[in-house]
Design a protein around this ligand. Sequence first.
Ligand SMILES: [Zn+2]
Length: 374
Amino acid sequence: MHLREIVCQEKAVGALEQAYAAGKIAHAYLFAGDDGVGKRTTAAALAKMLLCENRQTCKSPEFVDSCGKCHSCQTFEAGGHPDFRMITKELVKFTREGKNKTTPVQMPIDVIREFLIERIANKPSMGSYVVFVLDEAEKVNNASQNAMLKVLEEPPGHCVIILLCSRPDLMLPTTLSRCQVVRFGPVSEDEIVKRLVQDGLAKTEAVFWARFSQGSLGQAIAWSSLRFKEGSIYGFKKELVERVCSFGLADVVDMAEWMGQTARKISGEWVDREQNVSTTDINRRAQKGLIKMTSLVYSDVMRLGLAIGELVNDDQKSLILRLADKLDPEAAAVKVEFCATMDKWVDSSVNEKLIFEQLLFNLSKSDILLSSTA
Ligand SMILES: [Zn+2]
């Protein structure tokens, strides 16, 4: 990927380009924005440009980019550039004490120490830069952030450190003040739809995934491209909406089992694709996605009731309309709230079966309360 190929982040890429043109590439950046909006891709494209042996100046708009042909670019594309250091919490296995460790939820201090702090002084092997990219910086706790301060403050001249962060509010002010913050906004719905249609999706389906992913192109692609032996994830989502619109207390156990099976299928697909990401993180992402899909049915009922915005499930509007007859916006808001609580349970490592059962039990229970108080 070249910098010029990054879509929908003109402002962020433009700021980096201007800094480079002015000879003012910072030694520490914090790329702030939601997951899947292009932070990692941009960091890699910037690194590739900085490491390129034969940078090219593109015309209109004029800016400098990697050539894609030199030894450095080719090594980069092959995934083994020695001067590009991607730091993820999954590296814990390769730390001195980490042989049998599983990936934790937070970024381990050993990874920060052994893969960033201790290596910061190493000279570039090929070119004139070494680029460190620290993934999920929001998962670096305060003690580890404090340990990083010195390298962020005064890294050697050949180093560029890029922190990727979806929650800049969780970073210490001392960390933020040492980094140049570059903001990545959400990708527009039109752009996401365009990309998904290019990938072969029908327009209706693409619109659903664009709205589901709320500006995260990465998330839209990860979900919409899921294929199972039994059919597509879109087929599953349609069935989920149908079930959510009509289930009752008696269906809770069966439906929870079905959601659990689907979450495991999704995780299985992603584990094959993303071998560097921990299974725990992937399982959580799948569970949270299904909870979100459920929640969106109720937030659509709210949208319809309050006549604001477009429906996420516009493709199944008749079902949402029917549900809205039974459920007023306030009651729907309570259900959205339940879903948000269950989403937090996922972060607290609660057992998957319990989460789905509790979610559906709560959602069906409030119906009972509603009809008994009506
Ligand atoms: Zn090159």
